[in-house]
Design a protein around this ligand. Structure first.
Ligand code: ADP
Ligand code: MG
Length: 277
């Protein structure tokens, strides 16, 4: 099952003097469980594109199909979670609990089961259960974003869309977000992240889509992206390349400090084994 975007074009204010083409024959697909990073300059059409994925917008031509179903179908509502660019606008509850429980309680979850779902969602979003009785509007901007994320996760979506999720997050909340993404990666959930901060998300991305003026400028794997588009390459990747040049048997397909650490430990370990042989 997958997302299939085929030849999608979309105009704002169509048919008026203010008509503006925001997407121009965009095509790509996302396989189940894949992590895709959608990037591009401000105004390139990223938010417009993801609003098509959860059916908020309907293409003027082309189609968006999710698990073979048109993306505007109500059947898909609970399967696609969208954390908006300004997620504070997604909050409405008097308490954090009310906010995070809203979706699952509408789907019939009650009592202990509902409490457990809220607890698990707060934990997955990196938040303490202690804030459940607070007003979401009394929290910091970063925490509000994570509460909105917990609300989206509480529906256990198959597809999770995050529009510029790191904007306005302090280092601690950023770390929570990245830890949430690490937990989600590898589960049967497809994550679609929109960000112009490419290097933040490279460690997670299976695929990268670069939009330019509403058109697909590049789509491919992370390695293809780094070879053909990215400049400069991330510092940690060039560090690994330098180690290779010095004769260390490490891979240079590394995009995060954690992965570099593990790869160096692995290489040192396997050297040790060779010496003992
Ligand atoms: N509600 C709107 N009405 C008219 N034009 C819009 C609206 N939202 C976005 N646009 C225009 O559509 C283009 C794509 O916008 P958007 O999808 O928000 O880009 P991005 O998320 O990449 O910054 C931009 O030129 C933007 O000005
Ligand atoms: Mg945007």
């Amino acid at each position: 099952m997958s997302v299939e975007v085929a030849d999608v074009s979309f105009f704002y204010n169509k048919g008026t003097s203010l008509e503006k083409k925001a997407l121009d024959k965009v095509s790509f697909s996302i396989a189940k469980g894949e992590f895709i990073l959608i990037t591009g300059e401000v105004g390139s059409g990223k938010s417009t594109l993801v609003r098509h994925l959860n059916g908020l917008l309907k293409p003027h031509s082309g189609s968006v199909r999710i698990n073979g179903i048109d993306s505007t179908s109500k059947k898909l509502r609970s399967k696609i979670g969208l954390l908006m660019q300004y997620p504070q606008r997604q909050l409405f509850g008097k308490t954090v609990f009310e906010d995070v429980s809203f979706g699952p309680s509408n789907f019939g979850l009650k009592d202990e089961e509902l409490n457990e779902r809220v607890s698990a969602s707060l934990t997955l979003a990196g938040l303490s259960h202690d804030i459940a009785d607070l007003s979401p509007f009394s929290l910091s901007g970063g925490q509000m974003r994570l509460v909105a994320l917990a609300g989206v996760l509480s529906m256990r979506p198959e597809y999770l869309i995050l529009d510029e999720p790191t904007s306005g997050l302090d280092p601690e909340n950023r770390a929570s977000l990245f830890s949430t993404l690490s937990h989600l990666k590898g589960r049967r959930i497809s994550v679609i992240v929109v960000s112009h901060q490419i290097y933040d998300f490279l460690p997670f991305a299976d695929k990268i889509l670069l939009l330019k003026n509403g058109c697909v400028d590049f789509i491919g794997s992370r390695d293809e992206y780094l070879q053909s588009i990215a400049s400069p390459i991330p510092e940690i990747t060039s560090f690994m390349k330098e180690l290779q040049k010095c004769g260390f048997e490490v891979t240079s397909n590394i995009y995060s400090v954690d992965d570099a650490f593990n790869e160096i430990i692995r290489a040192l370990g396997s050297n040790g084994v060779n010496e003992n042989e």
